[in-house]
Design a protein around this ligand. Structure first.
Ligand SMILES: [Zn+2]
Length: 457
């Protein structure tokens, strides 16, 4: 209600838009809905991407295939200036071995659902073994530093389920995955097991990026399923002494060339003013990256496709970008802003969808309050798509280098309760994506980028 009042007063202050334009945009919403829901192509494109490329970690065959597929998708739909932009990417490979088992007590050997965390070193072929110590935080670990020496540190701080946003819950737990190996190595641990980053209790481990720090030994790091984590925790609480043996064959190979994929609808009046809409083309090497972030990629292509299908020619250039290497390096996002192709271009806005292909709810604005006020003038149009929740917030990782340079950033906000059930795991497959919800996200993106292309920023 407060937001609606705020919006109303803004509408009064900024008498920007003649009634005629408002009516045209109302018609545009209707047309986008009809065309998108009637003959949407986001889902078929996602089917093709996930079935033909599969998962697509940077440097993998899947990633290269995804580059070729999305390049072709943009060309086939008649976008302008469709091309690849080279970027060197890191190449980490999981290898064929990722196993862990409880080896003590010996009377009950027990294998655990684990997977290597992205970027980890492997174990020796003979494995890494240690007694297990469970902690919930780095503070607790430091307080028990002498106990942790020579052991496997088990980080088991669960998502806090009381947050409305699962992203907030993720933010409250992900330090364990990102820095767990560093903090554990500092106190002499031999490996880490990290509770998977999800609210669901199941047998599926979730991977994701982990880091090392210079001068600190690199120890192996694996995720354990939430059910496995709960079980280990119960036994430890009962006073049982557990020893775990971990086998990982992961390794980091030399960097390898890859690409961002770019395609435009060239602006009729101000072609050098660019509005980016994008997602990241790489995914983790689990599942097939359907929600993360195949969804964001096909939605970007579909946003341009819808505008084109309606026969509209935007005043400013609308550009779809498939960014490479968000998951373990952000090389694509960083390369995009410095690429020679940027010469003479002015980026006036960047929109990213990287929260899964779920029903859209709104737009988070990462810019100053004047930009927010501009977007809020269109709130009623977005409300017609159930996406009227517009406020300040984070935009997206891939467009963060643009945002850092002053480009207003926008993030597609979606229903988020199920995202982490799938995120970075074997669960992230096309059957978890609803075609209507995915398409609606593309429709919201099409509306936002078109409005900005017409009205400026
Ligand atoms: Zn993502």
């Amino acid at each position: 209600m407060m937001r609606q009042l705020f919006c109303l007063s803004l509408l009064l202050i900024f008498s920007y838009s003649p009634l005629k334009a408002q009516r045209q945009y109302d018609t545009l919403v209707t047309q986008l809905l009809r065309t998108g829901l009637g003959q949407g192509e986001a889902f078929p494109m996602l089917m093709e991407l996930t079935s033909k490329a599969g998962h697509r970690l940077s440097g993998s065959e899947g990633a290269q295939k995804a580059v070729e597929l999305t390049l072709r998708m943009m060309k086939e739909r008649g976008f302008d200036n469709v091309h690849l932009e080279k970027v060197m990417v890191p190449r980490w490979v999981r290898g064929s071995v990722e196993e862990a088992a409880v080896v003590v007590p010996e009377y009950w050997p027990w294998s655990l659902d684990v997977c290597a965390l992205g970027g980890t070193v492997g174990t020796p072929e003979t494995g890494t073994e240690g007694a297990v110590i469970e902690v919930k935080s780095f503070e607790e670990l430091r307080g028990r530093a002498s106990e942790a020496k020579g052991k496997i540190v088990f980080f088991n701080r669960a998502f806090d389920p009381t947050h409305l946003s699962t992203f907030t819950a993720y933010g409250g737990a992900v330090d364990q995955r990102a820095r767990g190996a560093i903090e554990a190595a500092k106190v002499g641990a031999v490996a880490v097991l990290v509770r998977s980053m999800t609210l669901t209790i199941d047998e599926v481990p979730h991977t994701g990026a982990m880091n090392y720090e210079e001068g600190v030994p690199k120890i192996p790091a694996a995720a354990i399923s939430t059910r496995g984590a709960e079980q280990i925790s119960e036994f430890l609480a009962d006073g049982l002494e557990l020893r775990i043996k971990l086998f990982l064959s992961a390794e980091t190979l030399p960097d390898i060339p890859s690409f961002n994929v770019v395609g435009d609808l060239t602006g009729s009046e101000f072609p050098s003013e660019i509005i980016v809409v994008g997602g990241h083309l790489d995914s983790w090497d689990k599942g097939s990256g359907a929600h993360d972030d195949g969804a964001g990629c096909v939605q970007a292509i579909e946003a341009l496709n819808l505008i084109k299908k309606l026969g509209l020619r935007p005043n400013r250039t609308i550009r779809a970008v498939m960014f490479m290497n968000e998951e373990n390096g952000l090389r694509g996002g960083k390369q995009y802003v410095v690429a020679p192709e940027r010469k003479g271009e002015k980026h006036i806005a960047a929109l990213e969808s990287d929260r899964g292909g779920f029903a859209p709810r709104g737009i988070s604005v990462q810019a100053d309050s004047a930009v927010l006020a501009k977007i809020l003038r269109w709130q009623q149009l977005f409300a017609r798509l159930n996406a009227g929740d517009i406020g300040m917030g984070y935009s997206g990782v891939d467009i963060s280098p643009l945002v850092d340079k002053g480009t207003p950033g926008f993030g597609l906000d979606v229903e988020n309760h199920r995202y982490f059930d799938y995120h970075h795991s074997d669960n992230d497959t096309i059957d978890k994506v609803n075609a209507r919800e995915l398409e609606l996200g593309a429709i919201v993106e099409a509306l936002l980028v078109y409005l900005i292309a017409e009205e400026g920023m």
